[in-house]
Write a protein of this length. Structure first.
Length: 309
């Protein structure tokens, strides 16, 4: 039995999605069809490509080797297809960017505006996602760059080989957002003990930060009253007096009426690092151009958020 292009495409999708079910949904296949394709690939290679775990599947060492080569082959075929369709389309260039949710409010739009002025023929596609999903997409070759956020001790976003290229761009301080009519609104700062008793507005997190929107390390179990994925929804819930949440103020383009940002005192600063992450090795020209625009936007934000600036 030989490897097929369909099998390699399915492999890439499973590696990115993390489960056979999610890959099947993305491809429009049945789960049994995805399972058959992966079984055929394992038979063709003579190696186990996935380890099964409670949350889905994870590539084995052999699976990672095959994925790296599959990405090269599939990208080459897609490039040939674009070239055969016409030189104008081939010369445009393409770069694919992933980012964590709040980066989509400030960093990404400004960087894309710069890129449109300087490289008007460059095609950029973007997607928002969690750190695990974006890392899987980088390794599957469906993203070229990713903006990721981390908290101390700022470890690499995964431990697979080869190690990802991680370039720190920006460090920002975490604060709490409180109702303008509440007891903390006119305060210069609040303590952890005070906010520990407050109701929280949170969102789904990741392994790095399980509950986004709640101050890390609070004593006791925080009272999460409301959950929302969108940062603007969280802020409007704060304005309505429904609770408090956390934010990195520099990543909020505008605060809605009825909220205030207050620092937290008496504890070590909570710093969030924004990093530019990609697979190791030389980057193509479109990827380099987007990376330069993102670095410039991050530098501008660093200047604006520096209290001494």
């Amino acid at each position: 039995m030989e490897m097929t292009l369909i099998g390699l495409r399915v492999l890439r999708e499973v590696a990115e999605r993390g489960t056979f079910t999610a890959a099947a949904d993305a491809l429009g296949y049945t789960q049994s069809a995805v399972s058959r394709q992966m079984a055929a690939l394992e038979q063709a290679t003579g190696a186990r490509l996935f380890d099964r775990h409670a949350g889905g599947v994870r590539l084995t060492g052999a699976g990672r080797v095959l994925l790296r080569n599959a990405v090269v082959a599939l990208d080459a075929l897609e490039a040939a297809d674009r070239e055969l369709r016409g030189t104008e389309e081939a010369d445009r260039g393409r770069v694919r960017l992933g980012f964590f949710p709040t980066a989509g409010a400030v960093i990404v739009p400004h960087a894309l505006a710069v890129l449109r002025r300087e490289h008007p023929h460059l095609e950029v596609t973007t997607r928002e996602g969690s750190t695990p999903s974006l890392v899987r997409a980088l390794r599957a070759g469906t993203l070229d760059l990713a903006l990721l956020s981390s908290r101390p001790p700022h470890r690499s976003p995964d431990t697979d080989d080869p190690p990802l290229s991680v370039e720190p761009l920006l460090e920002l301080r975490l604060a709490v957002v409180v109702p303008a009519g509440g007891p903390f609104a006119e305060r210069g700062s609040v303590s952890v003990e005070e906010i520990a008793r407050e109701p929280w507005i949170a969102g789904g997190g990741s392994a790095d930060e399980p509950v986004l929107g709640v101050w890390p390390g609070l004593p006791g179990r925080p009272r999460v009253r409301h959950t929302a994925r969108d940062w603007l929804t969280k802020l409007h819930l704060v304005a309505a007096g429904a609770g408090i949440t956390t934010a990195t103020p520099a990543l909020l383009p505008v605060l809605p009426p009825g909220v205030r940002v207050v620092p937290v005192e008496g504890v070590a600063e909570e710093v969030r690092r924004v990093s530019l992450v990609r697979m190791p090795g030389p980057a193509e020209a479109p990827t380099q151009a987007l990376a330069r625009a993102l670095r410039r936007q991050a530098a501008d934000l660093a200047d604006l958020s520096d209290p001494a600036g």
